[in-house]
Design a protein around this ligand. Sequence first.
Ligand SMILES: NC(=O)c1ccc[n+]([C@@H]2O[C@H](COP(=O)([O-])OP(=O)(O)OC[C@H]3O[C@@H](n4cnc5c(N)ncnc54)[C@H](OP(=O)(O)O)[C@@H]3O)[C@@H](O)[C@H]2O)c1
Length: 334
Amino acid sequence: MILVVGGTGRLGNHIVRALRDQGRDVRALVRKGSEYFWLNDTGTNYFFGDLRDPQSLHRALRDCDTVISSAAVRVEQTDNNHKTLAQGHESLWEAAKARGVTRAMFVSCTGVGAAGDVPAFSSKRASEEALVNSGIPYTIFRPGLFSANFADLLRRADHNGSVFLPGRADARVAPVHPRDVADIIASAVASGQGANEVIELAGPDLMTVEQAWKIACEEAGVSADYWKMPPSTLKLAAVALRPLVRRWANHFQALSVNFGQDQAGDGTAAAARFGVALTPFRTAVKAAWLERHPGEDPVAREEKVVHRQFVATIYEPGTIKFDALPDGPPPRQD
Ligand SMILES: NC(=O)c1ccc[n+]([C@@H]2O[C@H](COP(=O)([O-])OP(=O)(O)OC[C@H]3O[C@@H](n4cnc5c(N)ncnc54)[C@H](OP(=O)(O)O)[C@@H]3O)[C@@H](O)[C@H]2O)c1
């Protein structure tokens, strides 16, 4: 059994899917408020818990030989933030050790060692260190910017007519499709490769942030003004905001690092080692643009997901494939 923490996230749902495609038993640790039912079609098991609740982690890890975490917070909450996440990962590795887990994988991010005291990065560094010190055979993956981040910018531009490009527009990045990262992780699980290694991952096309933005606009057919928001401006905004709204200050700082650092190169060789052919940026960003999350589409949510989740809950969750489920009751008319 493999425990996936963060399975409802942008990357985590691909990890659950990739592992289920291999026919593996997967248990997703989900929070009570999570929209976990998007995963019903995968046949994964659910366990309700939280990184901040060590007892839930100990229970979730029963009979697991592997644990994978891609959990993160984008914008901090008072009670769920970069600090609690680092503490939560420490508890996760402790529980995994106590349960005799033989492989632990953690999704960190590129540049984690060089980002100084930016909370989003120091939290990941602490989680990495706790994993290495736990003595569990580990693999740490450090992906660079996700191609889907450009789809987020496109949505903002499409909605507002303009957008700020965070970071350095001339920073060289190789955005990676989160599905490719998930395939690499699933391949590492299957082959046992990457034990006690830190593996940097990136997409196949190295380009500047500005070039990536222009390609994203072409692929989506979006034409919008954009302003460059260099790291110095973001840093200034972060300093000004910190006393008022710490979480936004931290968020700006993380953005300026994510979009502002040069990546070392493209990720083709690292991916080939795991038998994964990387998706070109053009294809990946177009897919991310078209792939609207069902949460953003009330019709899909009402008709396709919620009722099926209801049915799946009645008939042993995790044992029925999405397509095999009977239709739920008709959509509400009100
Ligand atoms: N986006 C990028 O460009 C990028 C680049 C490099 C690396 N990364 C890293 O890749 C990883 C995955 O990113 P992502 O975009 O998939 O993140 P995401 O979509 O924000 O997903 C985060 C996941 O963590 C879960 N989570 C948050 N707090 C939790 C808690 N207290 N206990 C248990 N689970 C909790 C969330 O659950 P809920 O559904 O309940 O909220 C969600 O499943 C992160 O470590 C991120 O830093 C991202």
